[in-house]
Design a protein around this ligand. Structure first.
Ligand SMILES: [Zn+2]
Length: 255
């Protein structure tokens, strides 16, 4: 297989992307596919609307590299209806996203893949959970694993000053963006309103009705170093989850 150039300028012999040919896929015969899922929605006044796409894409690429997998392109537009009042936000109905993921999984199963790793960068994509649960009953031979930001949450306190109420465009997301795309992070505006509503209020109200300028957290505490350390934890913990589930699947030690 030819060495391929990937977006960050590094080269990989093992990870496959849409830049590779069918012949390269035949030679490498990958069995694992990694599918990043983002969102196109407001992220306060200092982060781009594609923040979740960029974080999911970066995270997925690191996992695909470790797993010698096929890195699929990011599914960018997802369940962001709660941000609809902010300009630049574009969204799908949740059921549409579920159908897209189901179709992708079926086509990967047909193509001989054994594992689909979904890397979700957007907390509002609730439909992924029942979708994955169903896929793992419906599709023989393909195990679908859902990796989302909760994967790193238990160790977030090792890095972040705030682990509660830092949900959107706050310390966590801003730090990661400072690490992976510093050129896209604008002036951080320190919110004055520190009332945080329960996250499930988004079932009833739009984010613009609940937050000041779309912030839900502590962006002023973000640093690129925190982002680098958090991303390392997210990669490490995701690989741990994938390895444990793969082992259980093979050994059938389920009780
Ligand atoms: Zn986000």
């Amino acid at each position: 297989m030819n060495k391929m150039k990937i977006p960050n300028g590094l080269e990989s012999d093992t990870m496959l992307t849409i830049h590779d040919t069918t012949r390269a896929f035949e030679r490498a015969a990958p069995t694992i596919a990694v599918l990043p899922i983002g969102a196109v929605e407001q992220h306060g006044s200092h982060l781009p609307v594609g923040t979740d796409c960029l974080i999911a894409g970066h995270w997925a690429e690191r996992l695909a590299r470790e797993l010698n997998a096929y890195l699929l392109p990011v599914i960018p537009i997802t369940s962001s209806i709660e941000h609809r009042q902010a300009r630049g936000t574009v969204y799908l109905k949740a059921a549409t996203l579920g159908s897209i993921v189901q179709d992708v999984a079926e086509s990967l199963q047909y193509d001989g893949f054994r594992q689909l790793i979904i890397v979700n960068g957007h907390g509002g994509n609730w439909i992924l959970k029942p979708t994955v649960r169903q896929l793992n009953r419906d599709l023989d031979g393909l195990m679908t694993i859902l990796i989302d930001t909760n994967v790193g949450i238990r160790r977030a306190h090792e890095v972040m000053e705030h682990t509660a109420n830092d949900i959107h465009a706050g310390e966590h997301e801003t730090s990661i963006m400072m690490h992976i795309h510093p050129e896209l992070v604008g002036q951080v505006f320190e919110p004055t309103d520190r009332r945080f509503y329960p996250q499930d209020y988004l079932d009833y109200f739009d984010s613009t009705e609940l937050t000041e300028d779309g912030y839900w957290g502590y962006p002023e505490c973000a640093t690129d170093d925190k982002g680098r350390r958090m991303m390392d934890i997210m990669v490490e913990n995701a690989l741990d989850v994938i390895r444990k589930l793969t082992l259980m699947r093979h050994n059938k030690t389920l009780k």
